[in-house]
Design a protein around this ligand. Structure first.
Ligand code: ADP
Ligand code: MG
Length: 343
């Protein structure tokens, strides 16, 4: 068509962040998965960074939605609008001429219906052809793990709403465990702790800031402090509070334990030969949640297996989905990876 080459696009449709990778160009979109719409008319007012700034601060007539929260499409219409918007941003000139082919990373715990919903959104959002790939597999490829070799690799991806732990060998998923718990729950745990211990109500964005600035999975020798602001639970009046890293570590204990249990459970389902490979090569961590200070170390300590943080934990899924085009033949005929390659 007009001599233009179609773009091949890898998408990480995350609960927190959407990333778009174009082969030959790199990551062209990296924005929060948030849409702000007008109540009633559902008119989209903002998407991405701009919409995130509105989250939790909206007046009555505006709603800010995180359509992918909990790893699934909570709101089809806004997901579609979000995809369309990000695509038009990624392909400002070509978009009207030739539709792109897309590989989209999705959590492996989502249902058939949810998977079809993602595909439908992508088509409506402007794709010519769509495939989906399990996030873990995409993350592994993006982390440059040689997954097509006959050796076991364990990948632990901690996103905003889900944690996915998988064992991959010969390019396929051997074991896959996913829980609907991720970095968002770390924030919620901090909110809860601050309310219970200090009678202060803080927002999730404040909690996220605390987590990123002074959060630590392993209590450190050096104690860091940060000042936070919130509303008093009794009087409702705003006040400040100084909080330290030890407290934040305490607050995070519960969700972290659940993740560690899930890693252990995954080993329980792993064939011994592959487990032996993983002991040698280590568990690779991806996703924003894996950036919590001390987390790789904690998991290593609890499992006795080395743990490696991927080079670009937040970008692995998008990169891997994009690179996966090299491994797929007859894309136009094969509708998706699940039907044609895996099973
Ligand atoms: P998703 O795939 O669900 O979109 P991401 O992989 O983008 O999720 O990770 C988002 C999560 O990572 C959020 O909960 C965010 O707070 C968390 N996160 C990002 N950076 C850091 C950091 N430096 N330390 C701890 N958590 C982080
Ligand atoms: Mg993710």
């Amino acid at each position: 068509m007009f001599g233009l080459k179609s773009s091949d696009i890898g998408i990480d449709l995350g609960t927190c962040n959407t990333l778009i990778y174009i082969r030959g160009k790199g990551i062209v979109v990296d924005e929060p998965s948030v849409v702000a719409v007008e109540r009633g008319t559902k008119r989209v007012l903002a998407v991405g960074h701009e919409a995130k700034r509105m989250l939790w601060k909206t007046p009555e007539n505006i709603i800010a939605i995180r359509p992918m929260r909990d790893g699934v499409i909570a709101d089809l219409e806004s997901t579609e609008k979000m995809i369309r918007y990000f695509l038009s941003k990624a392909l400002p000139h070509h978009f009207n001429f030739i539709k792109p082919r897309m590989i989209i990373g999705i959590p492996s715990c989502i249902t058939e219906v949810e998977r079809r919903a993602v595909e439908e959104c992508a088509y409506k959002g402007g794709a010519r052809d769509v495939m989906v790939i399990e996030e873990s597999r995409a993350a592994a490829i993006g982390a440059n793990i040689p997954i097509f070799e006959p050796a076991g690799h364990m990948i632990c991806d901690i996103g905003g709403g889900t944690t996915e732990i998988s064992v991959i060998s010969l390019g396929g998923m051997v074991v896959s465990n996913a829980i609907r718990l991720g970095g968002d729950e770390f924030d919620e745990a901090i909110v809860k702790h601050v309310r219970n211990k200090h009678g202060l109500i803080i927002g999730e964005q404040m909690a996220e800031r605390l987590k990123i600035e002074i959060g630590n999975a392993l209590p450190d020798k050096t104690i860091e402090k940060v000042e936070i602001k919130g509303g008093d639970a009794v009087t409702g009046l705003p006040r400040r509070l100084e909080i330290d890293s030890v407290e934040v570590s305490d607050a995070l204990k519960d969700p972290l334990t659940q993740i560690i249990d899930e890693v252990k459970r995954t080993f329980g389902h792993t064939p011994p030969e592959l487990a032996a490979d993983i002991v040698d090569q280590g568990i690779v961590m991806t996703g924003g949640g894996s950036l919590l200070k001390g987390l790789p170390k904690l998991i290593s300590r609890e499992t006795g297996v080395p743990v490696i943080l991927a080079e670009n934990p937040l970008e692995c899924v998008a990169l891997g989905a994009g690179k996966y085009f090299d491994n797929v033949r007859g894309f136009d005929i094969s509708r998706n990876i699940y039907d044609n390659i895996n099973r």
